[in-house]
Design a protein around this ligand. Structure first.
Ligand code: SF4
Length: 399
């Protein structure tokens, strides 16, 4: 596999990073030292937004008021600052391509108001049995051929994994098989305990997806069968097992702007920022309580992505469900503002997804490329011996 030089700061090299500042045009009204032409970081009186835009490392002590100030900055300033921040921590051309496969559809006992898979709503979706390990690995192989580096195959419509020993055993086989293909493996299995998290870690699991969905305040209007804290507990088990956390939300659940702030605040104040933050736009499903909802406005999606990029600079921000409803120009604005992962393939869990060919053509037009595994989890695919050399080479560039 061809090796790519990394633009994403990694390890100690990041500490030597210096932002490129043009004295005549900066994203913030920051005082510049005339001798060094660098921002005078000792200056007092900077705004929260200025501080966020100038940050050189993630922090987890954000207050809601601080995030609100960032979120409510004018969109033109906000997206410029987030685009600048994005370049400080990531290659702006690299987009992580993930493919999602549902290994068991429907029949879920939970009451998530947006979900076609809940058995409480008449959505016409038929419950299916769990997919075989072989069929999952074949789908992963095809996804890899098409450029995906992460296989989030395993969205399963379960509340939790209690009493599902055989299911967990099969999922672990799937994880091992996907990793053996040289891909990252992510699963979504509902709530898990510390022991189950450890078993998945031992099987080689890269990431676990468990969305908090929305703010703590708005959450009870969307789901009543599990609490916000139960969700946070699963995230805690995943983090403590050493598995990357993928947690984000859905926009368009009838929430207000302050709930986007609350959602970001929840994940940005975890003990460590999630490795990835999916931003979904609700795709209303007929038969669910939110089936007739108005689409969330694009500026709210963009504002959420830009704020998340400033508040969690190192996190991968995933433009998830609802992307297929966006024109290409809107997707590009999201990438400019800091989104750097997509789901690609044939289908999201139960909704449409942008296809591989469509995404390849868009990537070609805009000079984007598929993010390599070593840029996300710092691992090289089997047989690729050059990439780690490139990461540690002093000649590779971070800026
Ligand atoms: S979102 Fe997940 S937990 Fe909620 S109803 Fe759908 S499948 Fe079940």
């Amino acid at each position: 596999m061809a090796c790519r030089l990394l633009a994403r700061p990694i390890g100690p090299r990041f500490t030597t990073y210096r932002p490129y500042i043009r004295s005549f045009s900066t994203v913030v009204d920051a005082p510049i030292d005339p001798t060094t032409q660098r921002i005078n970081t000792a200056s007092a009186g900077r705004s929260v937004f200025d501080d966020a835009a100038l940050a050189l490392a993630p922090r987890t002590n954000w207050t809601k008021d601080e995030i609100s100030e960032v979120y409510n900055t004018s969109l033109i300033e906000l997206t410029y600052a987030s685009a600048t921040m994005h370049r400080r921590f990531h290659s702006p051309a690299a987009i992580q391509m993930c493919t999602l496969m549902n290994i068991k559809t429907g029949g879920c006992s939970e009451d998530c108001s947006y979900c076609a898979q809940s058995s409480r709503y008449d959505t016409g979706l038929k419950a299916s049995k769990m997919s075989s390990v072989d069929s999952v690995l074949e789908a992963a192989r095809i996804a890899k051929e098409n450029g995906s580096s992460r296989f989030c195959t395993m969205g399963a419509a379960w509340r939790d994994m209690r009493g599902r020993k055989t299911n967990l055993k099969n999922v672990k086989e799937m994880v091992k098989g996907v990793r053996a293909l040289g891909m990252e493996a992510c699963v979504t299995l509902g709530m898990i305990d510390a022991e189950q998290a450890k078993e998945l870690k031992d099987a080689g699991l890269t990431a676990y997806n468990h969305n908090v969905d929305t703010s703590r305040e708005h959450y009870p209007s969307v789901i009543t069968t599990r609490t916000y804290d139960e969700r946070l507990n699963t995230i805690k088990h995943v983090q403590e097992a050493g598995i990357h956390v993928c947690t984000g939300g859905i926009l368009g659940l009838g929430e207000k702007a302050q709930d986007h702030v609350g959602l970001i605040h929840t994940v940005a104040t975890l003990p460590a920022h999630p490795e990835s933050f999916p931003v979904n736009a609700l795709v209303p499903i007929k038969g669910t309580p939110l089936g007739e909802s108005q689409a969330i406005s694009f500026d709210a999606i963009l504002r959420t992505i830009a704020t998340a990029r400033l508040v969690m600079p190192r996190t991968i921000i995933r433009l998830a469900a609802g992307r297929h409803t966006m024109r290409e120009e809107k997707q590009i604005l999201c990438f400019q503002a800091g989104a750097n992962a997509v789901f690609t393939g044939e289908k999201m869990l139960t909704t449409a997804c942008n296809g591989w060919e469509e995404d390849k053509a868009m990537f070609e037009r805009w000079g984007l490329r598929s993010m390599a595994m070593e840029e996300t989890i710092g691992e090289k695919p089997p047989g690729d011996t050059d990439c780690l050399l490139a990461i540690s080479s002093p000649s590779s560039t971070n800026s």
